[in-house]
Design a protein around this ligand. Structure first.
Ligand code: TRP
Length: 329
């Protein structure tokens, strides 16, 4: 059997360049490896902890689906589905709740951070925490264990959740029957961390992102917001800046060196931004066209996701039935 790779993408915002280089591109490359069987899904149940608005959830969900398809995800190769289409997942979640120590959830980073903040402000420790947030790691364990996924590509912030899934799997396996594969997280190298407009890591929480698919004009405006120093046109500039770091991602080494030389020779920041826009836009344009195609043919996207769900559901139903037998239902 091929090794199964599984990862979930939370529809909580529009995809940006940091997502592309840090998660989307590596995941799509992984899916081109014939020895792997990839399951990529839209974690819309998980998004409920942050998204409380119907239209937003819907738009973010289509954004993720269209983005991944535009970036080259092949739905014939990858099982691509929406978490909420697999109703066996929440059922497994409940069973797994009974293999999850409450103390384990108390130690989950996301929950702990909120408690610490609450205590600092003199609030009740659980102020603003709902059970969706508290149980988040158990639902994630259900996503993973349901499909016997071995390799879980995630960001560093998610590795603890994969650890928790391992603990839960071990608990079940030793209590009942060895039904679950023990998963392992797979973290992309730090080199894939992108700088944002202000020079910090590109992240939605810093508000410094460059959205992957927007109209050209918006992209240009966003690039103009990149923070630079006050060196004037004609003054030599070094290459330790956001513009260079971004430029490098889109061109050959040769082309990058030529650009760096021009900056050192005094190219203005305004001109540099224009050149950055050119290379970025050339890179994005073919994908952007596909993205807008899918956005305006949502029925095709629905069909792709429902075919993925059908495939995943078949496996999930069979697995869940084994699990229920094992626990005496
Ligand atoms: N929690 C993950 C995130 O915030 C998304 C996710 C949900 C996930 N279920 C998963 C990732 C299962 C990997 C495997 O990014």
């Amino acid at each position: 059997m091929k090794e199964r790779v599984l990862t979930g993408i939370k529809p909580t915002g529009f995809s940006h360049l940091g997502n592309y280089f840090g998660a989307i591109k590596p995941a799509i490359e992984l899916s081109q490896n014939e020895d792997l069987d990839c399951f990529y899904f839209i974690a819309d149940h998980h998004a409920l902890t942050t998204i409380k608005n119907k239209e937003e959830l819907r738009e973010y969900t289509y954004n993720i689906a269209c983005t991944w398809l535009a970036c080259g995800l092949d739905p014939e190769k990858v099982t691509f589905y929406k978490q909420s289409d697999i109703c066996e997942i929440p059922e497994l979640f409940w069973i797994l709740c009974n293999c999850s120590a409450k103390g384990l959830m108390n130690r989950a980073h996301a929950y702990k951070a909120i408690v610490e903040k609450n205590l600092e402000c003199g609030e009740d420790r659980d102020y603003g925490v709902n059970m969706g947030l508290y149980n988040y790691p158990i639902l994630m364990a259900a996503d993973i264990l349901m499909f016997d996924a071995k390799r879980i590509p995630v960001g560093l912030d998610q590795t603890q959740h994969v650890e928790i899934a391992r603990d839960i799997a071990n608990c079940f396996n030793s209590r009942y029957e060895e039904l679950f594969t023990i998963p392992e997280s797979f973290v992309e190298k730090e080199t894939s961390v992108l700088v944002g407009l202000d020079g910090r890591k590109m992240s939605k929480s810093y508000g410094n992102t460059i959205q992957l698919f927007t109209e050209e004009k918006v992209l240009q405006k966003t690039i103009n917001k990149i923070v630079t120093d006050s060196r004037m046109p004609g003054e030599p500039k070094d290459t330790d800046n956001t513009i260079c770091k971004l430029y490098k991602l889109f061109v050959s080494e040769e082309k990058y060196n030529a650009f760096a030389n021009k900056l050192c020779a005094g190219l203005s920041w305004g001109e540099a931004k224009k050149e950055l826009f050119e290379v970025m836009n050339n890179f994005i344009t073919p994908m952007r066209e596909k993205y807008f195609y899918f956005q305006s043919h949502r029925e095709e996207v629905d069909k792709i996701l429902s075919r993925g769900a059908e495939k995943a559901k078949k496996l999930a139903a069979a697995k869940l039935s084994q699990i229920k037998t094992a626990i005496g239902m």
